[in-house]
Design a protein around this ligand. Structure first.
Ligand SMILES: Nc1nc2c(c(=O)[nH]1)N[C@H]1C(S)=C(S)[C@@H](COP(=O)(O)OP(=O)(O)OC[C@H]3O[C@@H](n4cnc5c(N)ncnc54)[C@H](O)[C@@H]3O)O[C@H]1N2
Ligand code: MOO
Length: 440
């Protein structure tokens, strides 16, 4: 951690000067790395499990997947057409006529040799016959009968439309690198190599709790001043997308004894604890006090909006366990919870679970209307990406950006991310955008 966010466990933990978002990211990633090194020292082999391909989506590959075969296994045709030896090709439009001596199908190779002046009818994926190195697609021929095919000498080049043995993957080489968050294409690739199960990191166990006396569970009537606890549901949705085992610790009252008991219980079974609420400067915010007793947790004021106050650190091992628990104390405001999750928690969970790529993918779009922005903090504004009549990507905000307004979050399909030093945005300016959903 940098000096600005260090704290002594024995001194009161105060919100210090605002931290740049990048500094916060770096500190979180540094601490996750420490945890990973410690758990490697404990040599926790149970961290890896073998799962069938149909269960492997969104899991993280734990070791390089080596290809047991060449792909393709042998030279084969990339087109439906005619296979022949390219010696007869040239660089003018003179017509070549070849005698068709048979057919090679995918799965039914032609056993004989194809000589000069001869060719084979061939389908896509069929093995290249002996004596052939080139395929002319059928639509590029001048004429074709049962027995003869004619085409211009320069219609194809020698070696074209042929897929070479091992050109996609060579036997013994890594087909998928360790640390990949497995996508549908990875499962297809593994299957194409004849591999039915993959070694992946075990699912992380993440405990979630909501703190606040005003919070009521669903199904109970609301009394004056109370609200329904929505944060646990947003967090559950976010965590399910990452294939995480969720331990729901419910709503915890704002009193030190209940909070402490809940934190200890969560730390005894979870790799990570995520709480929401109680991290600001309010009188009922006991989290800080408990954190001093249970671990090494810093209370940060981050130069961002929403999501300004956040607690982050490690809880000491409890109940004989040797494992520390990573802790995120997210701000209570419902949109601040989601923004801090997307910006900090998601990448930390991926890193802790062995993923090699943890950053969010950004793209750009044109602001449809001006956006007000103060320099000196990173802003995450809820918005919808669309297209203008020319097909260019555009983005417009989904109304009020208050940190408690979930409706404008629910309507949005992206965040517009306005960097720290940026001032107001004019209509027509390009802005960075992080989409909530990817294609795969
Ligand atoms: N004097 C200051 N006050 C506040 C500051 C500040 O810097 N100085 N920061 C503000 C910001 S920004 C935020 S965000 C909040 C965060 O405070 P807490 O983490 O202590 O959160 P709470 O006070 O418990 O709750 C804030 C807000 O969110 C509602 N909430 C809380 N939990 C849930 C839940 N599970 N489901 C739905 N809604 C929830 C809660 O009722 C409050 O309305 O502090 C500001 N204040
Ligand atoms: O930034 Mo607070 O996190 O406004 O809701």
């Amino acid at each position: 951690m940098t000096d600005s966010i260090k704290h002594s466990p024995n001194s009161p933990i105060l919100l210090t000067a605002s931290l740049h978002v990048d500094e916060a990211r770096k500190a979180i990633s540094g601490l996750v790395n420490e945890l990973l090194l410690e758990s490697r020292k404990l040599n926790n082999v149970s961290d890896i499990e073998l799962v069938n391909l149909d269960q492997a989506i969104n899991r993280i590959l734990a070791e390089d997947l080596l290809s047991p075969i060449n792909v393709p296994a042998a030279d084969n045709s990339a087109m439906d057409g005619f296979a022949f030896h390219g010696d007869c090709l040239g660089n003018n439009e003179a017509i070549v006529s070849l005698k068709i001596i048979g057919t090679a199908f995918a799965g039914k190779p032609y056993g004989g040799l194809v000589g000069q002046g001869e060719c084979l009818k061939i389908t896509t994926g069929a093995l290249m016959p002996n004596g052939c190195d080139t395929v002319i697609p059928q639509e590029f021929t001048e004429s074709a009968s049962e027995s003869t095919v004619s085409f211009k000498q320069n219609q194809v080049k020698r070696g074209e439309n042929r897929r070479l043995r091992g050109e996609d993957l060579q036997s013994g080489k890594a087909a998928i690198a360790s640390g990949r968050l497995l996508r549908p294409s990875d499962l297809g690739l593994a299957a194409s190599l004849g591999i039915a199960s993959l070694k992946v990191h075990r699912k992380l166990k993440v405990a979630i709790l909501s703190s606040g006396d005003e919070l009521r569970p669903l199904g109970q009537p609301l009394d004056v001043g109370s609200i329904y606890d929505s944060n646990r549901y947003s967090l559950t949705g976010l965590l399910n997308r990452l294939n995480i085992e969720i331990i729901d610790c419910g709503i915890v009252r704002d009193d030190p004894a209940s909070l402490k008991a809940a934190f200890v219980a969560a730390a005894s079974k979870a790799d990570v604890l995520i709480s929401s609420g109680g991290v600001s400067v309010g009188e009922a915010d006991f989290t800080k006090q408990i954190m001093q007793e249970l671990g090494d947790v810093g209370f940060w004021k981050i130069a961002m909006r929403p999501g300004r106050p956040m607690a982050f650190g490690m809880l000491k091992p409890v109940n004989g366990s040797s494992r520390k628990t990573l802790f995120f104390g997210l701000p209570g405001n419902p949109v601040a919870v989601m923004v801090t999750f997307y910006q900090f928690v998601r990448s930390a969970l991926l890193q802790l679970n062995g993923a090699s790529q943890t950053e969010q993918l950004l793209t750009q779009a044109i602001a449809e209307a001006p956006i007000r922005k103060k320099p000196g903090r990173t802003e995450f504004q809820r918005a919808i990406v669309g297209r203008d009549p020319d097909g260019k990507p555009t983005v417009k905000l989904t109304g009020s950006q208050g940190a408690g307004i979930l409706r404008s979050m629910s309507e949005a399909n992206c965040f517009v991310i306005l960097p720290h030093n940026q001032g107001n945005v004019a209509a027509g300016d390009w802005v960075d955008v992080a989409l909530f959903d990817g294609l795969l």
